[in-house]
Design a protein around this ligand. Structure first.
Ligand code: PRP
Length: 231
């Protein structure tokens, strides 16, 4: 079933929270559990950063599989067209680069830098453009690529801003949907995982500009956030 506005295509029914073993992560077709094996294999990376991680919410393997599936879906949906993927710096960089490699159609890339957060873990509610697109998008099929939609303030601003430039079409592909935190409704066309209301880092997402290089999506130990001045 295709649920436009949510962006899930489910063959085997909706993979829900209960089925997810309590981790609260949902993805297409099957639940992701917080599996200890993934955590253990992450620890085997022997990175000092891992001491700061309390939980792995989405493992590297699950991300890779989901990004491949999204790439196939987007390639099928845009067959015969040449979308421009707009990566939102900086968080979407890793997702965009993997998603791009999963596409089997022609596609171009541009970037915008938007800021809605300070260095803490709370939204400031202030959205501003730090870097605009290099090229016009009038008449183009535009796919915004974001790492996370949280309150929805950033993506709402982006949609309004980019729509005013008259693209032929405008869609959103987001890796993580933290739906519980939404302050305004937004339509998301492609979603990697729905996650619970936890502040997450890794695979491009930061806390105070750190942890973007973790290969998985994880949650930091509370004392790490306290020590670095967050909530
Ligand atoms: O839905 P919202 O509550 O608006 O939050 C989502 C936005 O917050 C993060 O960006 P951030 O400003 O932290 O910049 P970054 O991508 O450089 O980390 C994220 O990359 C989204 O753009």
């Amino acid at each position: 079933m295709w649920r436009r506005g949510v962006g899930w295509r489910s063959r085997g029914g909706w993979a829900g929270r209960a089925a997810g073993g309590g981790s609260g992560i949902m993805e297409q077709d099957e639940p992701v559990t917080l599996d200890r094996a993934a955590h253990a294999s992450a620890r085997a990376l022997a990175s000092p950063l891992l001491d700061d991680v309390q939980e792995v919410l989405v493992s590297e393997q699950h991300i890779a599989r989901r990004v491949q599936a999204l790439g196939q879906q987007i390639s099928a949906d845009y067959r015969g067209r040449e979308p421009v993927l707009i990566g939102i710096l900086k968080g979407a960089v890793l997702f965009l680069s993997d998603l791009l490699r999963a596409l089997t159609i022609h596609a171009s890339v541009d970037f915008m830098a938007i800021s809605s957060y300070g260095t803490g873990t709370q939204s400031s509610g202030v959205v501003r453009i730090l870097k605009d697109l290099d090229h016009p998008i009038a008449g183009r099929d535009v796919l915004i690529v974001e790492d996370i939609v949280d309150t929805g303030l950033t993506i709402r601003y982006l949609l309004d801003n980019l729509r005013s430039r008259r693209p032929a079409s405008l869609r959103v592909c987001v890796l993580l949907d933290k739906r519980e935190r939404r302050q305004i409704p937004v339509e998301l066309d492609y979603v990697g995982f729905e996650i619970p209301d936890r502040f997450v880092v890794g695979y491009g997402l930061d806390y105070a500009e750190r942890y973007r290089n973790l290969p998985f999506i994880g949650v930091l130990r509370p004392e790490v956030i306290r020590d670095q001045g967050g909530r």
